[in-house]
Design a protein. Structure first.
Length: 202
């Protein structure tokens, strides 16, 4: 799972990971983000599947089952739409406790389809944000608004199945503090993850 706020570089990171996992096989990107994945069409080779509302969990489950036999890697960008947008799990529940009689089985069918998919599956998910103030150089007069990760906008059904990797490309250990989309990693004061080379910021 690749999580982060809007503009953090989730799609680029997912494609970079998929390129390695695919080992020459085909990559499918299921794109709910207004075709933003096409931004990287000149950099990566993939099949693009735009997804418009409704974002029905069971429809995605059927698509995953079929795609798993044709593609080496399937990227869902983003799963958050199938949780909280039109036609998603919360929409099925309709804000009512009794609505979960229909919503929960739909969500569980999707989770099972993700687990059963024959392809590698990479899920992109949006994270919630808030603004916090940060003191700089010990001066109270000089503060900066900093984005803080609160929680991934997704249901516990995905979290509790423990994806193999939780990658937050915007975090300072992996990239510059201000989220951006770029083919590089920013310098960091902390230890760099294995396989990541630290570079000077431009």
């Amino acid at each position: 799972m690749v999580s982060g706020p809007t503009g953090a570089g989730k799609t680029w990171t997912a494609l970079k990971i998929a390129e390695v996992l695919a080992e020459g096989g085909k990559i499918l990107v299921i794109d709910t983000e207004k075709e933003s994945a096409l931004t990287y069409a000149d950099t990566f080779t993939f099949v693009h599947l735009p997804w418009l509302p409704p974002f029905e969990p069971r429809e995605l489950a059927r698509t995953m089952a079929e795609a798993g036999h044709e593609y080496a890697v399937v990227i869902v960008d983003s799963t958050s739409h199938f949780w909280r947008k039109e036609g998603g799990t919360l929409d099925i529940a309709g804000g009512k406790f009794t609505g979960w009689k229909d919503a929960r089985p739909a969500q569980e069918d999707l989770v099972q389809a993700l687990l059963d998919c024959h392809a590698h599956v990479i899920l992109c998910a949006r994270s919630k944000m808030e603004h916090v103030q940060e003191e700089i150089n010990g001066r109270h007069a000089l503060v900066a608004a900093t984005r803080a990760l609160l929680a991934v906008v997704e249901h516990e059904h995905l979290d509790r199945h423990e994806p193999d990797e939780l990658n937050e490309p915007w975090a300072s250990a992996l990239a510059a503090v201000a989220p951006f989309r770029a083919d590089t990693f920013g310098a960091s004061d902390g230890p760099m993850p294995e396989g990541v080379t630290e570079v000077d910021p431009w």
